[in-house]
Structures are given as structure tokens and as C-alpha cells.
Design a protein around this ligand. Structure first.
Ligand code: ATP
Length: 289
């Protein structure tokens, strides 16, 4: 394994008495796609802001290419923020020309998808094309580290798959990628996952490592709507997937007891849990005082 180019060591950030990032340690190496997962408010963006050198750690440290995230190191990084960071009242070509000029690099060629939109104002593009344009701009100076904050948020499945192709190509070329996402199916595209909850890194590794042996009960019932309501009202961590109900971290006999108390009949079986369910259980456990 090559030397990590991104390091977080016991990284901590407090805002007053509130700890947004709490003792977080991880690395990202060249060619790796590392997914940073967590519910809203878990601390992902705060980690990224420290990585970008925009926010100082309260304790611990963050490293880029073996040193602090100083200007020269940051120049070797590409960043696509959640809100894309493009000039909406400039065209795609103007955004690219402007960035290329700042970095002193050649204006990169547009992908075939974007070439037709070169002269379109970014603000007039569909969101998928805006995100592709943000990628092209972030890659203009050939960064060695790519930080992507929810890069596919709000785009359709085809655009999402194209954006992931681009991420994969960058990793193949040796770029270290740190990506946050809310889409659990995208977690499978990552080489390694980091799961944050309430500022802490609660699991890391493969999808199986993050799920950590969590089981769920699958509930099938003709009256799925009423069944769902009964389970949710009982305070169980319940998820509706189509018309199939799943109850995380709750064995079938416990689910059966709740249902029979309400005279509801259903077929139950135990199935492996998902990352989404792991996050749901974490959120529930934190809500308990
Ligand atoms: N400047 C700040 N002052 C006070 N609290 C802050 C500040 N920035 C972030 N926080 C808090 O820190 C916590 C973590 O926020 P952060 O934006 O890092 O979460 P996140 O995981 O990126 O969430 P999301 O997925 O919604 O972007 C939140 O509770 C947020 O309100």
C-alpha cells in the first residue's frame, strides 16, 4: 500500500461546548476511493473543512501530502463542494477558462456530454450536467487528491453512474478520493468506508465491516401500511422498501410480539442488515438519553 496522502489523526473540532468532530483517525492513499458516510450533522463537512485548511482543528491534526494543509498542498487538491462552487452566471467554458487561468494550466477539453453545453450558462444547465461541469473544473489542474462532498446529490441514475465513472477513472490514474454520500448503493462503489455518527468514527472498512453483523427482520403483510404504522408506533427502527417492511436490530420473535398485540398477521424472516439500517440504529441509540 502506498503512503497515505490524506491523514486525520485524533482529529477533533469543537464549536463552543459542542464537539462536531471527535477523535477521528483515518487515511486515504493514492488510487483509493474512501467513502465518508453519516447522517445529517454527523460531522462529515466539518472534517472536509479542516482538510481544506479552512477550519483549524481543536485537537489532533490533519495532514495533506505529509504536512499541514497549507496553500501549496491545497493546490494539489481538487474539491467539489455540495453546492458545486461554480459561477452560475458564467458559461461552462468560461468557468473552465477562469479556473485553468488561476492554476496556470491549459484549459481542459470538455467531455462529449458537456461539449454541447460549452456556451450555456451554468445556471441554465440541468443539475446532472452542472455536477459534471463541477467535476471538470475541479480536475482542470490534475489534482492528486479529490474531495467530493455529496457529488451526485439530486441527479438522475444515468448522470450518477457517469459521475461515478469519472471518480473511478481518477482513482485508476492514482488519485486519492474522499467522497461523502447519502446514497447507500454508492457506498458499494468505494474501496473503503468510514461511518461517522455524532462526530465519531463508529466503523470503518468494507460494507460488511460497517454493517458489523447487524441483522434485520423482513416483514411481509397484505396490509403493509397498517403493519408499518404499528411497528413505527412501537418505536422500532423500521424502514419501508417498496411495500416490504424491514425492522433493524430486532429479532423476528420481538417483531411478532408487537404485531400480535395489535392482531396483525405477517410473514417474518431474519435477513442481513444494511448500512442504512446501521445508521438508523445509531441514530436511535443516540436519541436515547
Ligand atoms: N460553524 C459552526 N458552528 C456551530 N456548529 C456547527 C458549525 N459548523 C457545523 N456545526 C455543527 O456541527 C455538526 C456537524 O455538522 P456537519 O456540517 O459537519 O455535518 P455533516 O455530516 O456534513 O452533515 P450534512 O450531511 O447535513 O452536511 C452539526 O450539528 C452542525 O450543526
Amino acid at each position: 500500500m502506498s503512503t497515505p496522502v490524506v491523514t486525520a489523526s485524533a482529529l477533533t473540532r469543537r464549536f463552543g461546548s459542542f464537539t462536531a468532530v471527535d477523535d477521528v483517525t483515518f487515511t486515504v492513499s493514492p488510487g483509493e476511493v474512501v467513502g465518508l458516510l453519516g447522517a445529517n450533522g454527523a460531522g462529515k463537512t466539518t472534517v472536509i473543512r479542516m482538510l481544506l485548511g479552512l477550519l483549524a482543528p481543536s485537537a489532533g491534526s490533519v495532514g495533506l501530502f505529509g504536512g499541514p494543509p497549507a496553500r501549496r498542498a491545497r493546490a494539489r487538491m481538487g474539491y467539489v463542494p455540495q453546492n458545486l462552487g461554480l459561477y452560475r452566471d458564467l458559461t461552462v467554458a468560461e468557468n473552465l477558462a477562469f479556473t485553468a487561468d488561476i492554476y496556470g494550466v491549459e484549459v481542459p477539453a470538455l467531455t462529449s456530454d458537456l461539449a454541447d453545453h460549452a456556451d450555456t450558462l451554468v445556471g441554465d444547465l440541468a443539475l446532472g450536467a452542472q455536477r459534471q461541469a463541477a467535476f471538470t473544473v475541479a480536475l482542470a489542474h490534475h489534482p492528486e487528491v479529490l474531495v467530493l462532498d455529496e457529488p451526485t446529490s439530486g441527479v438522475d441514475a444515468l448522470s450518477r453512474s457517469r459521475l461515478w465513472d469519472t471518480i473511478g477513472e481518477q482513482a485508476e490514474a492514482g488519485v486519492a478520493v474522499l467522497v461523502t454520500t447519502h446514497y447507500m448503493e454508492e457506498a458499494q462503489e468505494c474501496d473503503r468506508l468510514l461511518l461517522m455518527s455524532s462526530g465519531r468514527l463508529v466503523a470503518q472498512g468494507t460494507e460488511a465491516d460497517v454493517i458489523g453483523g447487524l441483522q434485520a427482520t423482513r416483514v411481509r403483510s397484505d396490509d403493509w401500511s397498517a403493519t408499518f404504522t404499528v411497528l413505527a408506533d412501537a418505536g422500532l427502527p423500521v424502514i419501508l422498501s417498496g411495500t416490504t417492511i424491514r425492522v433493524a436490530a430486532t429479532p423476528p420473535d420481538q417483531v411478532a410480539a408487537v404485531l400480535s398485540a395489535h392482531a396483525v398477521t405477517a410473514d417474518l424472516d431474519e435477513v442481513p442488515g444494511t448500512i442504512e439500517e446501521r445508521m438508523l440504529v445509531l441514530a436511535r441509540d443516540q436519541a436515547v438519553p
